[in-house]
Design a protein around this ligand. Sequence first.
Ligand code: PEP
Length: 250
Amino acid sequence: MVSRTFWVGGNWKMNGSVAAIKDLATTFNAGSSPSDVEVVIGAPFVYVHLLSESLRKDWAVAGENCYVESSGAYTGEISPEMLKDVGAQWVILGHSERRSILGESDDFTAQKCVKALAAGLKVALCVGELLEEREAGITQQVVERQLDAVIKVLKEEDWANVVIAYEPVWAIGTGKVATPDQAQETHAAIREYLKKAISPKVAEEIRIAYGGSVNGKNCKEAAQKPDVDGFLVGGASLKPEFLDIVNATQ
Ligand code: PEP
């Protein structure tokens, strides 16, 4: 059995300021971070460069989105190449806030994955169901549909540079965390699906992180689940408590 390096991502969303980011980087830089845990912080575009200059070098920086072209007449958009140029190694794609608030489709998200990977960024690909979809018993169908759009356009080897973040939308920013058993059940089902839809190798090796109201207290139990390979953390990644989540497996 392969051992998957535990992955902890922060997603600052549209939060932060020059002063706040410098403060937070100072706190994170002084904290303990196990050498066998990979840590990535997603910041708003305008702060990616500052964060990459301020943050400890054993952690990586992510953009929270990118466009599907390298440059050109796309006012207001940011390319994967630009993210790399200012120090990002990762990009978060398909976050539910982009899917629901900005109306971004499965296929558009998939095109972003192709472009970001081609530019040499690693991708944290978010998938997850709405509350009414969970209640209707179609969680797996929704997640498979979101994944299928990406499976269709990536090559098998591309998946080595992807982490899947399973983020039930009803648990994001609501304080309603999925139970460790709920997370484990969906992660195991995703892995099983990837086995058939891509290959047993990708299914075995890919990290599947859980996101949705993870905090310093609830992270430890979920981190013990065999198919929970990390976390994507919103609110708590803006607080010193993020270090407790980075240390969840210790
Ligand atoms: C997120 O934004 O990806 C997220 C999981 O947010 P929160 O941890 O605040 O629920």
